[in-house]
Design a protein around this ligand. Structure first.
Ligand SMILES: Nc1ncnc2c1ncn2[C@@H]1O[C@H](COP(=O)(O)OP(=O)(O)OP(=O)(O)O)[C@@H](O)[C@H]1O
Ligand SMILES: [Mg+2]
Length: 232
C-alpha cells in the first residue's frame, strides 16, 4: 500500500513544489516507486520535471469523475511518475462545490485504483498556495502532511489558520492524518537575521519542527536526501 504525503502551506513561494520534487527524487533514488500528483493549477510541477504540457486526461478530469488515475499518469526523466495538472484545474474550486463527496474526491481517485496502491510506495501531493477545495482534497487524501516554511520574518503568517484547517480535516474527513512536521526552507546562515527568525519560529513551533533544514541555494539534493533518509 502506498503512503500519501501532502505538501501544504497557504503562503506562496515557501518551497512546496521544491519539496515535493526534492523529496520524490530522494525517495526514488532509494529505490522507492514514487508518484507525484499536481493539485496546483499553476502546474509548476510539470515545468520543474521538464515534462511537456499535460495531455488530457489530468487530475481535473479525475476529480470530476470523468477519468481514472491510471489514464493520467506519465513517466518523467527523473525516475518519478507524474499525475499532471493543467490550468483547467482551477475550475474545480467552483465546479466542485456542487458535487457530492466534494472534499474526498482525490482520496477516492487514488484509492479506487488498486494497481496504484500496490505499485507506488509513496504518493506525493503538491498543493496551491490557498486553503480552498483543492487543498482540502489533498489533505483528505493524505496519511501525513509536511508544511514547508520559509525561514524569514513572515514564516508564521497564516500558519495558525493552516494548522486549524488541518485539525478540521482530521476531525471531519480523515482521522488518520498525521502532521509530520514543519520543514524549514530557504535557510541562509549568512543572513544576519537568520538566527532571530529561527528563534521566533522555535519559540512557538519547536515540537513540530522537522530536524533537517533545507538550505538556501546549492545543496538542495543533499538536504532532501537527508530528509528522506531520516523520515522514511
Ligand atoms: N531551499 C531553497 N533555496 C533556494 N531557492 C529555493 C529553495 N526552495 C525553493 N526555492 C526557490 O524558491 C522559489 C519558490 O519555490 P517553490 O516554487 O518550491 O515554492 P511554492 O511554495 O511551491 O510556491 P507556490 O506557492 O507559488 O506554489 C522557486 O524559484 C524555487 O526554485
Ligand atoms: Mg508550488
Amino acid at each position: 500500500m502506498s503512503r500519501t504525503i501532502t505538501i501544504v502551506n497557504s503562503q506562496g513561494g515557501v518551497g512546496k513544489t521544491t519539496t515535493a520534487v526534492g523529496l520524490s527524487r530522494a525517495l526514488a533514488r532509494n529505490n522507492n516507486k514514487v508518484l507525484l500528483v499536481d493539485v496546483d493549477p499553476l502546474t509548476t510541477l510539470n515545468q520543474r520535471l521538464g515534462a511537456p504540457p499535460a495531455q488530457r486526461p489530468t487530475v481535473y478530469e479525475c476529480l470530476m469523475g470523468e477519468s481514472r488515475a491510471a489514464d493520467c499518469i506519465a513517466g518523467t526523466a527523473w525516475g518519478v511518475d507524474l499525475m499532471p495538472a493543467t490550468v483547467e484545474l482551477v475550475k474545480f474550486e467552483a465546479e466542485g462545490l456542487n458535487l457530492d463527496r466534494r472534499d474526498t474526491r482525490l482520496r477516492q481517485v487514488l484509492s479506487a485504483d488498486a494497481d496504484i496502491q500496490m505499485h507506488y510506495d509513496y504518493i506525493i501531493v503538491d498543493t496551491p498556495a490557498s486553503m480552498g477545495l483543492l487543498t482540502v482534497n489533498a489533505l483528505a487524501a493524505a496519511h501525513e502532511v509536511i508544511i514547508p516554511i520559509r525561514c524569514n520574518y513572515f514564516a508564521s503568517n497564516g500558519l495558525a489558520s493552516l494548522l486549524a484547517m488541518i485539525g478540521r480535516v482530521r476531525q471531519q474527513l480523515n482521522p488518520q492524518l498525521e502532521l509530520r512536521g514543519l520543514l524549514l526552507t530557504h535557510v541562509d546562515t549568512e543572513l544576519r537575521a537568520w538566527q532571530r527568525n529561527l528563534d521566533e519560529i522555535t519559540k512557538v513551533y519547536a515540537d513540530t519542527l522537522l530536524p533537517i533544514p533545507i538550505v538556501e541555494g546549492d545543496g538542495l539534493d543533499e538536504c532532501y536526501t537527508e530528509l528522506a533518509n531520516k523520515l522514511y
